[in-house]
Write a protein that binds this ligand. Structure first.
Ligand code: ADP
Ligand code: MG
Length: 255
């Protein structure tokens, strides 16, 4: 059973200007999915719909084997345990006044989770590689990369099956970026990741599956390795060619 299945999903903030056009995709357990596209292509909107923050105008989203009905409190409570977000900017996703222990305890209570909250906090701090005494500090005591670890820890409290990460390393400096990517890679053992990015290299490092989004349309989808070695769509080729760091010797000589 797919973790997520989107079938012909369309959506517009204003119905007159659709942002997503008939997008279909599936997320399978253990197969991290990258969503690649330029700024404004609808990546964050797609994640919002998968989180249940808005409903499609058309089409169906299934999660964990059933239709995601965002008008059902009960369904949404279950969905928040199933899929958790990680956002781009850890500075704005953490309350600056709240000590880390409280920031981690809060979702545990709000989601009505089982288990001892202290043990669960210890578990997620360990999972993201932060010291246990982090609980007593506030966000400003941490670097950008550490704050993003805290945001990931907060998501992991729910023991979700899926992490929906929206440009999770874009706000970080380069050296920190690598370490957070390593963390997300390690977590792939226990959660399946949907990773939104405009950066091909990050998607290639973490995601065996890929959907390329252009102006709200999924123009290419499949195995990341296949798409990167033999892109079928002009837009994908354009995204790849805008990445000078990616070695692509065959393509260079083919031009
Ligand atoms: P991406 O994450 O790929 O940059 P977004 O999903 O943020 O793309 O945006 C897709 C389109 O939807 C853009 O044209 C953007 O201006 C529009 N959009 C995004 N958020 C809103 C909103 N809250 N209200 C109206 N339009 C929005
Ligand atoms: Mg975005």
């Amino acid at each position: 059973m797919s973790l997520f299945r989107l079938s012909d999903v369309s959506f517009g903030y204003d119905p007159a200007t659709p942002v997503l056009h008939s997008v279909s995709l599936a997320l399978e357990e253990g197969e991290n999915l990258g969503i690649l596209g330029e700024s404004g292509s609808g990546k964050s909107t797609l994640l919002r719909l998968m989180l249940g923050l808005a409903a499609p105008d058309d089409g169906v989203i299934e999660a964990d084997g059933s239709v995601l009905d965002i008008t059902s409190r009960r369904r949404m409570q279950a969905h928040r345990r199933f899929a958790q977000p990680v956002f781009q900017d850890p500075y704005s996703s953490l309350d600056p006044r709240m000590r880390i222990g409280k920031a981690l305890a809060e979702p545990h209570a709000a989601l009505g989770l089982d288990g001892d909250v202290g043990q669960e906090i210890a578990r997620v701090l360990q999972a993201v590689g932060l010291p246990q005494d982090s609980t007593a500090r506030r966000p400003r005591a941490f670097s950008g990369g550490q704050r993003q670890r805290i945001a990931v820890a907060r998501a992991l409290i729910a023991r979700p099956r899926v992490l929906l990460a929206d440009e999770p390393v874009s706000a970080l400096d380069l050296s920190t970026r690598v370490r957070v990517i390593d963390l997300l890679s390690d977590l792939s053992q226990e959660v399946t990741l949907v990773l939104v990015s405009h950066d091909v290299a990050i998607v290639a490092a973490l995601c065996p599956r890929l959907v390329v989004l252009q102006h709200g349309r999924a123009v290419e989808a499949g195995a990341t390795a296949d798409i990167l070695s033999d892109p079928q769509h002009d837009y994908t080729r354009m995204l790849l060619s805008s990445l000078p760091r990616l070695p692509r010797p065959e393509q260079e000589t083919a031009r």
